[in-house]
Design a protein around this ligand. Structure first.
Ligand code: SF4
Length: 432
């Protein structure tokens, strides 16, 4: 689609060998606790108990927005001064909090103990706590309840790593694939509406044994074994992919299902792996792809020829940049990503316009200077940078919206484009 933009470069040569600027300076990112906000919506009988400080509780509250639930499905067990001073036995306190929670909320089937910086500072071993609690609940005949742990902490992390750590903690507990016939696993949180669309298309392709990780309910965990092939629906799941491979599963290499091209290639990769006739696959995908292409046309008017710059935040930067440049004619400024997993990103890098400026990690002041020099029309960044950049006159888009909004698949392609077109339209109106 780059021919629509006089400023865009041809999208043919790819970026596999493009040098990447590596920066290791000050970062402006949220920690992995943020993932709880979308994970708790996805697994409807799970509860996330952060073992952390008031700061952690505030972070969750602000990331989640103002949410008032009769029965919330996440909370923070506050580590106070007595715990930090070693005056209280934090394990006893934790057991007491969990007992009260489970007594009051018997519908919880999966309890995640989520580690934080404070729990790590006092060396509270949450994996041992989970083991101890599982044994206790089993003795009480609560075999329907499982306790797991993972860490959401970190200054050297980024906010989507929380989902990776959560899903990786689930992998060892997945049931073994009972048969020798292959199954397909879609890995990464997707909205229910997206799951339903994906299931319909896989069924039309003749791929019927399909599971989703994470599923909607704890009892629906997909089985895994050497005959499992998995497709990543999110690009930030390197640890989960490794854990699945340890259980014998193999990843289907594919771009991510963002935009028409990405979604078509994603389904086509699965179809190839499951021996679906290529012509049948093309026939099935043709109509939804054509509808999605049509729906993008109105956004192209706003986006083609505009320059976009990405600060490293969500790990979705490269696939989104690929979509915006190839299908909407946007011109790419710097595309920053917190981590560049070359193996998971290989197909995406192949599709990026040659010569795209890629950076990994952050030195925020230097990147702000580069941003000012490059004068983009729109900047994708974390919430901490958006306000100061708006104050300087830049149009911004919060990267966190890319994980809160259903964006995968054909029917969501226009919604994904709208996320970038809306702030540009708003800015244009304000200027009038
Ligand atoms: S960075 Fe650490 S202390 Fe801050 S909210 Fe995250 S886990 Fe809590």
């Amino acid at each position: 689609m780059n021919e629509l933009s006089p400023r865009a470069v041809p999208a043919t040569a790819g970026c596999s060998d493009t040098p990447v600027l590596r920066e290791r300076g000050q970062r402006e990112v949220f920690c992995g606790l943020t993932g709880i906000v979308w994970l708790h919506r996805r697994i409807q009988d799970a509860f996330f108990l952060v073992v952390g400080s008031r700061t952690c509780a505030h972070l969750l509250q602000s990331a989640a927005g103002v949410m008032i639930f009769a029965e919330p499905r996440f909370a923070t067990a506050i580590i106070d001064e007595r715990d930090l001073a070693g005056l209280a036995d934090a394990n006893d306190e934790l057991d007491r909090v969990v007992s009260k929670l489970i007594e009051r909320r018997p519908e919880i089937k999966l309890l995640f103990l989520v580690g934080s910086c404070p729990s790590e500072v006092i060396k509270l071993d949450l994996s041992r706590a989970a083991l101890r609690l599982n044994q206790r609940f089993a003795a009480e005949n609560r075999h329907d309840l499982r306790v797991l742990s993972y860490s959401g902490s970190g200054i050297e992390t980024t906010f989507t790593e929380g989902e990776d750590a959560c899903l990786a903690s689930l992998v060892p507990t997945l049931p073994a694939l009972p048969s020798t016939s292959p199954n397909l696993m879609v890995v990464g949180t997707v909205a229910e509406i997206v799951e339903d669309q994906f299931r319909r298309l896989f069924a039309a392709l003749g791929i019927d044994k399909v599971g989703f990780l994470p599923p909607r309910r704890a009892a629906e965990m997909p089985p895994v074994g050497p005959n499992t092939k998995f497709l990543l629906a999110q690009p930030f799941l390197a640890e989960t992919a490794t854990a699945l491979e340890r259980r014998g599963a193999s990843r289907i290499p594919a771009p991510f299902p963002l935009g028409v091209e990405g979604t078509t290639a994603w389904f086509t990769a699965a179809a190839r792996e499951f021996g679906v006739n290529p012509q049948h696959c093309a026939n099935i995908l043709e109509a939804p792809a054509a509808r999605a292409r049509d729906s993008l046309a109105r956004h192209r008017v706003t986006l083609a020829g505009r320059k976009i710059l990405f600060f490293p935040d969500s790990q979705l930067e490269i696939p989104i940049a690929r979509f915006l440049s190839r299908e909407l004619g946007m011109w790419l400024g710097e595309v920053g990503t917190p981590f560049l997993h070359r193996e998971l990103m290989a197909e995406e890098l192949d599709m990026l316009p040659a010569g795209t400026f890629l950076s990994e990690g952050q030195d925020v002041e230097r990147q702000l200077d580069r941003c000012r020099d490059s004068a983009p029309d729109i900047v994708v960044c974390g919430m901490g940078l958006a306000n100061p950049l708006e104050a300087e006159g830049y149009t911004t888009k919060w990267s966190i919206e890319l994980v809160f909004t259903p964006v995968q698949g054909f029917e969501q392609a226009a919604d994904l484009a709208e996320l970038f077109a809306r702030p540009l339209r708003r800015r244009a109106i304000l200027k009038v």
